[in-house]
Design a protein around this ligand. Structure first.
Ligand code: ADP
Length: 169
């Protein structure tokens, strides 16, 4: 049986969900940045035990946002969603860890903050769907596609975290 480091080394791009190297694309939206919520929200991901492998603050182009939300292009709220996101800034991140895609979606709660369970990020910090502050990939395949859309491979940092021996086994 491989230990966590060996699994990490063997699967720098995770082929299987729930491996220590599973990754998710997570982004704080412009409302979260404007409201000074970076530390509160990023701190929750960090304290949970996920590992940060990439982070950048940017104002995304309209084209990037349109591509990111391509699946929603026929929805009536799409133009407003693109304008909201493209104002920037957006804090784009990649986080890694076993079950990160599913667990972070649970930590976010529902798309509509009014329906998100209390204690979830969207419930604790946001009020309405159109200003719900945070994005997280909803599946392994979309995570890998979104990481490739927002980051160059060279922007993903390959680092060994000493605390992994206390977090993963
Ligand atoms: P999630 O972000 O939870 O994965 P969706 O993929 O359905 O949700 O929608 C993407 C984003 O589009 C939402 O997070 C929200 O910012 C925006 N959005 C979704 N539905 C609406 C709506 N009815 N009105 C305004 N914005 C919406």
């Amino acid at each position: 049986k491989l230990n966590a480091d060996e699994v990490n080394a063997a699967t720098s791009v995770a082929g299987v969900e729930n491996t220590p190297s599973e990754r998710s694309f997570i982004a704080l939206k412009p409302d979260a940045i404007q409201r000074g919520l970076i530390a509160d929200i990023v701190g929750r991901l960090e304290r949970k035990g996920f590992k940060l492998v990439a982070m950048k603050l940017l104002t995304p182009s309209k084209e990037l946002v349109e591509k990111h939300y391509e699946d929603l292009k026929d929805r009536p709220f799409y133009p407003g969603l693109v304008a909201y996101m493209a104002q920037g800034p957006v804090l784009a991140m990649v986080w890694q860890g076993p079950g990160v895609v599913k667990t972070v979606r649970q930590m976010l709660g529902a798309t509509n903050p009014a329906q998100a369970p209390s204690g979830s990020i969207r419930s604790d910090f946001f009020l309405v769907t159109g200003r719900n502050g945070i994005h997280a990939s909803d599946a392994h395949a979309s995570a890998e596609a979104e990481i490739a859309l927002w980051f160059k491979p060279s922007e993903l940092v390959d680092w060994k975290r000493d605390a992994d021996q206390w977090i993963l086994s």
